[in-house]
Design a protein around this ligand. Structure first.
Ligand code: FMN
Length: 397
């Protein structure tokens, strides 16, 4: 029998259509960065309460966090995918549970929540690897696995894989071909051939196919127009960041209109860094403590990574070393350190719930992916204080 050959065109493809992603909650909630040292908090103040504020990722502590997140109603979990940490006294992000093993590990300890893996697809995986691994986790979890597709932006991480950096836009071109082939691998019942510019496959078939039909849920977190275009053409959820509510509204509208152009439907979301205390004053005090002890070395490490400077050999890094704000400017220096520039939800439960409401109702974001400064405390405060307010607001059932 002659094998089917997939013909590539410029049109986005969704063999079998897009999967249903709605859980029925007006504002869907995700639990983020539970798998990694320091989460999104680059402050030496976390060292004083190390087990809770920096090394919460260690199993079985992180196991309990994920179980608790599901028990109080979180809709999904997403790990933060990094291969090289940023250093500093906090060894920021220097240890992490891997993205596939952690999804597989959380499958049998949960029953309802979505389980994502975050994968840098440019780091020389073949789509067949991820299609097979993902289908397996989807099978084990009864259709709850999904993939956060990251193009990979750090020269140091590329170097760790022995790769030269590729340009930002080419990474998305590769990501697009990767995703198209992966979708066919999940949906074609018979072996087929595929000949792309970056990826080829002859006679592959993935069995068992994913349990969720037509395929697992895909998400992407692109900020640039190229990133957003990739998301609009290929995935189901777009995570984005903006400086304020108007900025978010514009990004959300842009994402929807891009997806509309391709006759696809996407949902827009963002991530947030959450620091709750009993009162706004107490939260501000804690925030100041974290801010006054920002781990500058870790931030320098991260700034070098962002700028594509190789920490180990590039002289350019001297310029960053000499700048008190690591070449980022004071505002970015602080917002990177405490939440990677995502909205900082700092305050009493009422203040935090109101900020969440505004992001949902005024900016049109359908989901918030939350990273707590202290996940254990954060989940308790969500359960006892914040979720009840969100329910009264009609944002949670
Ligand atoms: C919610 C969210 C999660 C992200 N997770 C990761 C991650 O785990 N690993 C990573 O390397 N990049 C991650 N990123 C960075 C994005 O993949 C992307 O590189 C960045 O947003 C820049 O967008 P651009 O590629 O359009 O310029 C994340 C971004 C956001 C907003």
């Amino acid at each position: 029998m002659v094998r089917k050959k997939i013909e590539l065109t410029d049109e986005p493809v969704d063999p079998g259509g897009q999967p249903e992603t709605r859980t029925g909650e007006p504002l869907e909630l995700g639990f983020f960065a539970w798998n990694i040292r320091g989460g999104m908090t680059m402050s030496k103040a976390t060292l004083r309460n190390n087990d809770r504020e920096r090394d919460f990722w260690k199993w079985p502590n992180s196991r309990r966090l994920v179980e608790q997140a599901e028990a109080i109603g979180f809709d999904y979990q997403v790990p933060f995918g990094r291969w090289v940490g940023s250093g500093g006294e906090t060894d920021f992000n220097g240890a992490a549970l891997d993205f596939l093993a952690s999804a597989a590990a959380t499958a049998p300890i949960t029953s309802r929540m979505g389980l994502f893996s975050t994968c840098h697809i440019t780091f020389k995986f073949h789509p067949l690897h991820i299609a097979k691994f993902g289908a397996t986790i989807d099978h084990i979890s009864n259709g709850r696995w999904g993939l956060n597709i990251v193009s990979g932006y750090q020269a140091q991480e590329m170097a760790a894989f022995g790769l030269d950096p590729i340009s930002h836009d080419e990474a998305y071109e590769m990501a697009e071909e990767f995703t198209v082939l992966m979708k066919y691998l999940w949906t074609e019942p018979e072996p087929f051939d595929f000949e792309g510019k970056y990826y080829q496959s002859y006679g592959a078939v993935v069995e068992p196919r994913p349990t969720r039909r037509p395929r697992p849920v895909l998400m992407n977190a692109g900020m640039s127009t190229r990133g957003l275009t990739f998301g609009a053409r290929n995935v189901d959820w777009i995570f984005t960041l903006a400086a304020d509510l108007e900025g978010y509204r514009a990004k959300v509208d842009e994402a929807h209109s891009l997806a509309g152009k391709y006759n696809r439907s996407i949902r827009a979301a963002t991530m947030s860094w959450v620091l709750p205390e009993a009162t706004d004053e107490l939260a501000q005090e804690k925030f100041e403590e974290l801010r006054s002890e920002i781990d500058r070395e870790a931030l320098l490490g991260y700034a070098r990574q962002l700028k594509g400077v190789d920490r180990w050999k590039d002289q350019e890094s001297q310029e960053l070393d000499d700048d008190p704000y690591a070449g980022l400017g004071r505002e970015f220096y602080e917002s990177y350190s405490l939440g990677f520039t995502s909205p900082q939800l700092v305050g009493s439960p009422e203040t935090i719930a109101e900020k969440m409401r505004a992001l949902h109702q005024e900016a049109g974001l359908e989901s918030l992916l939350l990273c707590f400064e202290d996940p254990q405390k954060g989940l308790h405060t969500m359960e006892d204080d914040i979720l009840p307010i969100l329910r009264k607001m009609g944002l949670r059932r």
